[in-house]
Design a protein around this ligand. Structure first.
Ligand code: Z5A
Length: 204
């Protein structure tokens, strides 16, 4: 059996990571067993948590928001990610632990050490083999998101700049796991850059 792999896709809203994840899945499916998943809300209970996180119209305290994302993660890891990796699949996941660090930590200002600890608790210590951060300036990403914004997307430009800088900081701290791609380029150019990173990685 081939070794399972866990690859996560990260970046500010509208950076184009979902588009790239789907392109990569199509490319990899020619030779490997691949599953696509996401946080928050892959399926079942997660979908209910996603509905609250993105659409609840009352106030959600930052700590409560973090715990809801972490609850979704704990369920997702047990129900979907671990079984898929253990059966030799490549798991492509749209957002994971670095989203909590970037949005709730750098963005909302919660303690990063605590978030790191809680992320570890939720994942049982399982880490992505590779994480791609799709980096983009906030004006471009907000144009891509469009006028219809959910609860998280309505947080404002200063918040998103903190999130973006948070991702770049995470990449500096963990250069072996986290690779940054300039996501302001065309879809084809970004995908070619993604393949440049993925291909040698798959050979290891
Ligand atoms: N969140 C959190 O705070 N803490 C956590 O722990 C976790 C998540 C796990 C989830 O939102 C929200 O939860 C997210 C972070 C927070 N929100 N905020 N704010 P989501 O799952 O609904 O959506 P998303 O992950 O933020 O992004 P998205 O809507 O899926 O967009 P995307 O993946 O970045 O981009 P896309 O869908 O591939 O593309 C967006 C549009 O741009 C689309 O029309 C594409 O055709 C277009 N596009 C894509 N690439 C290009 C290029 N290269 N050029 C031009 N146009 C492009």
């Amino acid at each position: 059996m081939e070794k399972g792999l866990f690859i996560t896709f990260e970046g500010a809203d509208g950076c184009g990571k979902t588009t790239q994840l789907n392109l990569l899945a199509d490319f990899l499916k020619k030779s490997r067993d691949v599953i696509i998943t996401r946080e928050p809300g892959a399926k079942g209970l997660g979908e209910k948590l996603r509905e609250i996180l993105l659409n609840y119209d009352g106030e959600i305290a930052p700590k409560c928001e973090s715990f809801l994302f972490l609850a979704d993660r704990a369920q997702h890891i047990e129900q979907i990610v671990k079984p898929a990796i253990n059966s030799g699949k490549i798991v492509l996941c749209d957002r994971h632990t670095d989203s909590t660090a970037a949005y709730q930590g750098y963005g909302r200002g919660l303690d990063l050490k605590e978030i790191h600890y809680l992320n570890n608790l939720a994942t049982g210590g399982l880490k992505p083999d590779l994480t791609i951060v799709f980096d983009i300036d906030i004006d471009t990403s907000m144009t891509r998101v469009g006028v219809q914004k959910d609860r998280m997307e309505s947080a404002g430009i200063e918040f998103f700049n903190r999130v973006r800088n948070g991702y770049l900081e995470i990449a500096k701290l963990e250069p072996n796991r986290v690779k940054v791609i300039d996501a302001s380029k065309s879809i084809d150019e970004v995908f070619n850059n993604l393949l440049d990173i993925i291909k040698p990685f798959l050979l290891h």
